[in-house]
Design a protein around this ligand. Structure first.
Ligand code: ZN
Length: 323
């Protein structure tokens, strides 16, 4: 009876641990019999406390499965990188859980070239660079742009949005940048090639503010809004030579990004000021439908695009500049 109860309890805790850890898994390697059960339990706990957060911050495709080796001849304490932990079993004995946690985090974050946290007026930014060649001036500009633009976007569009954001400059990220949750990954190669393109911060932090979750609306709409916001609120679109492309007959509003953004600027000026902010709210509340366009403007999105195509020049565009 007791045994049965124990098995059920163990199973339940294993399932809940797995659910919490989203595939993060620690395996003890090789001659693990040199360590006792308490040592292993401490390390397992440290792993659960630290590693998923580290991997989230570390960026692209960080290994979720980690092997732990007791390397008593190799290390005095603990060494770690993504996917691999080496530890001296004697070092673990007598250490508090929080000390083990802290040392594991320190060992893992040694692989980051820089790690810093800044806080201004209630907004926080953690900045991690995995690129040893990141230009310090670019780093500074990315951070400054966050504190300049993000509070405005939060106040304008979604005051429930997080005040705690993470930037990671990742050498493994091949795209321009991407946002997920409160984290933005910047491609090290892209930032090196385009050091003036600091309004990538405006576009990407808008994705955090959007926070639509899954299947709230089409991707072209989400991306069109982010680029429209970059156009309207960006801090230096002139400096990066970023602009909205002129209309041509081959375009569609579904082209997304800047083509859609120009259409939105036209709609704001000619059809309904505040339309984009309303659509943004609907998307966040999962109330957006294709019929939303007609309900808000009296015309379908296709009819609106048709109108736009007839007089696309009827919009005055002004771009932000630091000069
Ligand atoms: Zn985007």
């Amino acid at each position: 009876m007791i045994k049965k109860f124990l098995i059920i309890a163990l199973l339940a805790s294993a399932i809940s641990t797995f659910a919490q850890n989203k595939g993060y898994e620690l395996t003890f390697n090789g001659e693990s019999n040199i360590a006792d059960a308490i040592t292993k339990a401490r390390l397992d706990t440290a792993f659960i406390h630290i590693y998923p957060k580290f991997a989230m911050a570390d960026g692209y495709r960080t290994k979720r499965k980690v092997e732990l080796t007791f390397a008593n001849n190799e290390t005095e304490a603990i060494k770690a990188k993504a996917g691999e932990i080496k530890v001296n079993s004697a070092w673990v004995k007598g250490k508090s859980q929080s000390k083990i946690d802290k040392e594991l985090f320190n060992a893992l974050s040694k692989n980051w070239v820089s790690y810093s946290k800044e806080k201004h007026k209630g907004y926080e930014l953690t900045f991690i660079s995995k690129d040893p060649n990141l230009d310090p001036a670019v780093r500074k500009k990315l951070i400054a742009t966050y504190f300049e633009i993000y509070p405005t976007l939060v106040k304008t569009f979604n005051d429930k949005s997080t005040h705690d954001v993470l930037f990671v400059v990742d050498t493994a990220n091949k795209a321009v940048a991407e946002a997920s949750g409160n984290r933005i990954l910047f491609s090290a190669a892209y930032m090196k090639a385009h050091p003036t393109d600091i309004d990538v911060v405006t576009h990407e932090t808008m994705h955090i503010v959007q926070g639509y979750g899954y299947s709230a609306g089409p991707v072209w709409l989400t991306e069109g809004i982010a680029d429209y916001v970059r156009y309207k609120y960006g801090v230096d679109n002139v400096g990066s030579k970023w602009s909205l492309p002129d209309y041509n007959a081959k375009q569609s509003y579904k082209n997304s990004y800047r083509i859609t953004a120009r259409f939105f600027a036209w709609l704001e000026q000619n059809v309904k000021p505040g339309l984009i902010a309303t659509l943004d709210r609907q998307l966040r509340a999962h109330q957006y439908k294709e019929e939303s366009w007609a309900a808000l403007t009296g015309k379908t999105v296709d009819q609106l695009w048709e109108d736009y195509s007839k007089e696309p020049q009827k919009v005055s565009l002004t771009y932000s500049s630091k000069k």
